[in-house]
Design a protein around this ligand. Sequence first.
Ligand SMILES: Cc1ncc(COP(=O)(O)O)c(C=O)c1O
Length: 371
Amino acid sequence: MANVLDSLDSVLLMGPGPSSVNPKVYQALSRPTIGHMDAQFTALMDELKLSLRKLMFTNNEATITLSGTGSSGMEAVMCNLVEEGDQMLMITNGYFAERMVDVAGRLGAQVDTLEFPWRSPIDVDQAAAKIKGGSYKLVGMVHGETSTGVINPIEKIGPLVAQKGGLFIVDAVTSLGGNELRMDDWAIDALYSCSQKCIGCPSGLSPVSFSPRAMEKILGRKKKVPNFYLDMTLLMKYWDGSPRAYHHTAPANMYYGLYEALSLIHEEGIEKVKARHIATHEHLAAGLQGLGLSLLVEKGHRLPNLSTVMIPEGVVDLDVRKELRGTYKIEIGAGLGVLAGKIWRIGTMGHTAQKEHVDKLLGALKDILGK
Ligand SMILES: Cc1ncc(COP(=O)(O)O)c(C=O)c1O
């Protein structure tokens, strides 16, 4: 019988994630599996914690990776921090912020939303007025909104939330590793991300971090965290306990991959990695405009690792994406929610963020669109 794996294409991943994986990360993933309580493995977990703290610019002890995709990070932050009846403000301008509203509501938060259009950043003055006028225990936002390609000015919001004694929650699934993000300086109390975008590992892990104030709220809960698998009090006994307490069978090889991907970022230098993402994005934006295509988001508010392009009149979304994938072995993403069929989402994240990859895509689009 033919092995299906033998027929898998090698695809240049230029969608909203996963991004292409550095061969060194693949090598790391194939190292021998060891036990999740083995001393060599727990030593690797210690290194992972330090490496993540460095990437997030935080001193938070409670900085670990969850064994689940970015969505597990969203669920974890909410199920640990939300207690039935908590007043929460969600500042939204896209699909993933709306998903945060849904997740928080399912856990019994009283969610108030401040909504902005799906192509512009949030308005800081309006957000400030709402935060000052309320008494929210939690305020949540998405940093890099993957559904629209907008980067939100979260650095201006955290201090306002802190002044009122609330906790600031940030979705950094698309932004971490490719953008300026300083958890402690920006007064972020809980942050979650993923392995498969700017970090450049396959999907399956969700780095998270909780500030001491956030951990205080979790430890002071009236009722247990309503989810065993994502309970930070239990997870910290595995990551930090002495002795460590078994919680789940951590996927060792995925942790190797994350470790290697983070090491590659630190070897290159966070500032240089950020600059590479910006330069690649600018190269892409100029090239797309050269093909007569326009971007959804105004310059100045664009997420430098995910560009959203308007699909020209008369062009069939799926036909183009199918041809890119079939003939050119390139994946780009479709629009989500109200933007489905209207935009393409082009990711230049992690190992994908290189000008030669952009040139390959631009050449293919030129052929397909007959420009
Ligand atoms: C901003 C944002 N939040 C959350 C998620 C969910 O992450 P995952 O698909 O890894 O579960 C995504 C996925 O693309 C995302 O872009």
